[in-house]
Design a protein around this ligand. Structure first.
Ligand SMILES: NC(=O)c1ccc[n+]([C@@H]2O[C@H](COP(=O)([O-])OP(=O)(O)OC[C@H]3O[C@@H](n4cnc5c(N)ncnc54)[C@H](O)[C@@H]3O)[C@@H](O)[C@H]2O)c1
Length: 377
């Protein structure tokens, strides 16, 4: 039954006359004086003989049991483990990411034309490596020209050469080659971002699509997380996505042209990963999801769509390194995924193409989770 709050009732009765208000005040006072020397439990408890049975194994699994009855397994897969420390490795320690091989299907197979990115120029930040590199390849395979942006320009340049060579090999006799370029930017630095966008425009003449994939994760428990590393993490993941999106949106607004932006968030923006502690990363990815939604609303009338892709565990070079250093994590992670497997970067190729193409013309502000169902349970 709905009961109006006492405060609301008091307000109403005050207007009904002083006598009724005084009666209500009296009814709110404790009926009996409280004996503070007697210990009264403030925790409500049902009278239940089964529950009071200290030997009942199910009782031991409830909050009715004292904490010392806790078994070792309780909460085991739902806690962070502060002994896990992972610092993002130095650039020279990271292996190069391989180029995806295979055309993803013969082109004479029937496909909706609205999935094509023909005639578009797409930018992928963090595109020299990992998920960004593979998503960039998906865009080229779908007809787009591509500008790869990365802190590591040399690696970006090498990947451009490999990517173009692979494309030639898989498309013999092709007359018009896609234009693929490499550019330096520190996405966390506004001047660097603006210079980079100007350089891309100088080379490609326009930008239609953006994917913000530059980002990284680290594991430290919150108490010992080095403050400078936390600032760096938020700088690259959050500021970097914001700065690049704003820079590209400015260009689209000036050009009065529609466009599509995809921000790479993470399932960590919706759930708390276990057991590796990573509070700042989780918060940064939650910020990305809502940043995409907020910018989607702000730029909807200018026909600029902004969506988020939230990948689950994907096997990239960094993920491989984390799993090699912490072998137990593999089983723990996959035991929590309904599909039972980690993803590979290629699993993002369709999702990013869909969100950048006209096939998703009426989709904006969405968060597309590509996580094998992790966030469902
Ligand atoms: N790998 C996963 O399992 C996974 C899961 C969910 C989300 N993500 C997210 O996907 C994105 C890509 O991750 P990844 O696994 O491919 O990482 P990665 O380390 O393989 O690649 C990241 C790229 O970003 C570049 N980069 C880093 N800082 C930069 C900066 N300040 N300016 C420009 N470029 C910079 C790096 O040089 C690198 O080429 C990240 O945002 C990550 O948080 C990854």
């Amino acid at each position: 039954m709905f009961r109006p709050s006492i405060a609301r009732q008091a307000l109403r009765t005050a207007s009904q006359g002083p006598k009724r208000a005084a009666a209500l005040r009296a009814s709110c006072r404790p009926a009996l004086p409280i004996n503070t020397s007697r210990c009264i439990s403030s925790t409500p408890a049902l009278r239940d003989s089964k529950k009071d049975d200290k030997e009942d194994p199910l009782r031991k699994a409830t909050t009715a049991a004292p904490p010392e009855e806790e078994a070792e397994h309780e909460g085991r897969y739902a806690r962070t483990d502060e002994s896990i420390h992972v610092e993002y490795p130095k650039d020279e320690e990271m292996p190069r990411s391989p180029i995806v091989q295979g055309r993803g299907g013969m082109h004479f197979k029937r496909t909706l034309a609205s999935f094509s990115l023909e005639g578009r120029v797409s930018v992928v930040t963090g595109g020299a490596r990992g998920l960004g590199l593979v998503m960039g390849q998906a865009l080229v395979s779908s007809g787009s020209d591509l500008a790869i942006v990365d802190l590591n320009k040399q690696e970006a340049e090498e990947q451009v050469q490999k990517l173009v060579a692979q494309y030639k090999e898989e498309n013999p006799g092709i007359e018009i080659m896609p234009k693929v370029t490499a550019h330096y930017a520190d996405v966390a630095n506004p001047d660097s971002v603006n210079d980079c966008i100007a350089e891309i425009l100088g080379s490609h003449g326009k930008i239609d699509n953006l994917v913000t994939s530059a980002g990284f994760t680290e594991n430290f428990d919150a108490i010992s997380y080095p403050y400078d590393r936390m600032q760096k993490l938020w700088g690259v993941n959050v500021d970097g996505s914001y700065l690049f999106a704003v820079g590209v949106a400015k260009h689209l607004l000036e050009r009065k042209s529609p466009g599509s932006i995809v921000m790479i968030g993470s399932m960590s923006g919706a759930i708390v990963n276990v057991p590796q502690p990573q509070a700042p990363y989780n918060a940064a990815k939650a910020a990305i999801r809502h940043l995409a939604a907020s910018l989607a609303v702000e730029w909807a009338s200018a026909h600029i769509r902004v969506n988020c892709i939230s990948p689950g565990y994907m096997l990239t070079a960094l993920t491989r390194k984390i799993l090699e250093d912490n072998p137990d994590l593999n089983r723990q992670w996959t035991s929590l995924i309904p599909q039972g497997k980690m993803g590979v970067p290629e699993d993002l190729m369709g999702a990013v193409t869909f969100l950048l193409s006209d096939a998703s013309k009426y989709v904006t502000g969405a968060d597309l989770r590509v996580d094998g169902g992790y966030t469902l349970t």
